[in-house]
Every structure is written in structure tokens, then in C-alpha cells.
Design a protein around this ligand. Structure first.
Ligand SMILES: [Zn+2]
Length: 271
């Protein structure tokens, strides 16, 4: 089983394989035929795929929020900011953030609903506890990069800035939305959606695309050098979360993402 050799090729993300026993056509990544349970002999078939991949159409639909976020970022970069507009109060920031995450959560869960039971299976395995280690890796990178970027003159990134303001308003709501609902929305969009769909094409391509997109969507102004200094932190988090997802499933990437945000919310409130 040489994974690297297989992945020098680009694949059709909708590629199917034919069951040698019953002739049923199914997703080439599936380890067994969904009709007769015969084992697939396709080189990319893998038992772990059963709990990490969704249907390619579901993955594509889950990726839409990522596409929207990038387009919105580019539009706001191209539109001059109006200096006469009052900056949002922390309450307004909180309301708009939580409203978006609440609606997004319902929409994403509805889209993923058919695949959710198998994706959630990863939570019942002890493997998902590797997410704790991934969280520490993300913090370790943050500390190292934080020192380098402040030496380069970086100040708080806009994303972190609005988190700090929101947390002050109501801590329990901040924990619920910023460390549970928000990370679940992002795992569904960036790992189940973007990473899965692009790694169907090619594994390395999947890592590159999902890591860059995860970095970009956490920058609020592409024209601001300070925002670019925070890019490596988010890109590393995107890489670590994609690796956790690929190796141990949604349980591990969610636990890592939850812990990172939960500890960030607590430190923003108490420090
Ligand atoms: Zn079959």
C-alpha cells in the first residue's frame, strides 16, 4: 500500500468503483460495497475513509461557507472603508457573531445530516483524545510564532480583537458560541467540506488548499500587514486540525479546536 505513489496523481472527486461481486457502483474511497458488503479492491479504499469522508456533493455544499468567506474578504479589501461609520459596540458584535454562527450551525448540520451519524462515530473511540495533544501543538506554535511576530511589530489580529470584546459581554454565551458552536461549524466547513473534497482530488492538494483557506478566512483585511503576521498561526492550526481529522476523524479535530478556543476564551476573560 503505497499511499504516496497513488497520490502523485489527480483524481476525479466523483470517481466511482464497481463492486466485483454485485456490480454496484459506489464511491471509490469506500472500503466496502454498501449493497453487499464485499471488500473493495480499489487502491484508494481505506477503512478510515468510512468515518471521515461524506458524500462528495455534501462536502461540496459544506464548502460553500468557505467560498463565501473568501469572496467577502476580497470584496471588503477592494471597498474603501467609510471613516464616518461608528465602530460596532461589543454587544452589536456579539449579537451579529452569534446570530451568524447559530444560523450557520443549523444549515451545516442539516446539510451534513445524512453523513453525521458515521462522522460522529469517531467521538466514541479513544483515538479522539489525540485532539488534546493537537491542541498543545497549536499552542506551542502560537507561542513561538507570537514571539517572532511581536518582534516584527505585530499587534492583536482583528479576529482576536473582536473575540476579546465579545467575551467581556457574557462569558457562558462566549463559551457556548465561540468554543462549541463556532468550532463545530468550522470543522464541518473546513475539514468535512473543503479538506475532504479537495483531498479526493489529491491528498497534498487537499492539505494545501484547506490550510491556506483556513488561514485566509481568519484575516479580516488582506491589505493590512498586521493581519498577514497572524496568517502563519491560523495556517498552522489549519494544518494540525486537518492532520487530526485525517488520522482520527471529526472527534479529534473537534476536541482540538474546542480546547484551543475554550482556553483562548478563558484567557481572554481572566487575563
Ligand atoms: Zn456489491
Amino acid at each position: 500500500m503505497s499511499e504516496t505513489k497513488i497520490d502523485t496523481y489527480f483524481h476525479n472527486p466523483f470517481e466511482k468503483t464497481t463492486c466485483k461481486k454485485c456490480g454496484h457502483r459506489f464511491d471509490s474511497l469506500k472500503p466496502t460495497c454498501p449493497k453487499c458488503k464485499e471488500e473493495s479492491d480499489h487502491p484508494r479504499a481505506n477503512p478510515l475513509n468510512e468515518v471521515t469522508f461524506a458524500h462528495p456533493i455534501i462536502e461540496l455544499l459544506l464548502s460553500m461557507w468557505a467560498v463565501y468567506s473568501i469572496v467577502r474578504g476580497i470584496i471588503s479589501y477592494l471597498t474603501p472603508t467609510n471613516p464616518n461609520v461608528e465602530p460596532a459596540t461589543p454587544e452589536q458584535l456579539m449579537f451579529s457573531n452569534y446570530l451568524i454562527y447559530g444560523i450557520l450551525f443549523i444549515v451545516l448540520v442539516a446539510i451534513a445530516s445524512l453523513s453525521l451519524p458515521k462522522l460522529l462515530k469517531s467521538f466514541t473511540k479513544t483515538d479522539c483524545l489525540w485532539g488534546i495533544l493537537v491542541c498543545f501543538a497549536i499552542f506551542a506554535f502560537d507561542i513561538v510564532w507570537g514571539n517572532i511576530s511581536s518582534a516584527l511589530g505585530a499587534t492583536t489580529n482583528e479576529n482576536q480583537g473582536s473575540v476579546n470584546k465579545i467575551v467581556e459581554v457574557n462569558l457562558p454565551l462566549a463559551i457556548l458560541f465561540l468554543s462549541i458552536i463556532g468550532p463545530m461549524c468550522e470543522e464541518l466547513t473546513y475539514r468535512v467540506g473543503v479538506f475532504n473534497f479537495t483531498r479526493r482530488v489529491n491528498r497534498i492538494f487537499g492539505y494545501v488548499v484547506s490550510v491556506f483557506i483556513f488561514g485566509f478566512i481568519h484575516m479580516h483585511d488582506y491589505g493590512n500587514p498586521n493581519e498577514w503576521l497572524s496568517f502563519p498561526s491560523y495556517a498552522f492550526a489549519g494544518l494540525a486540525l486537518a492532520y487530526a481529522y485525517e488520522k482520527w476523524g471529526l472527534g479529534a479535530s473537534f476536541i482540538a479546536h474546542f480546547l484551543v478556543n475554550f482556553l483562548a476564551v478563558l484567557s481572554s476573560y481572566y487575563l
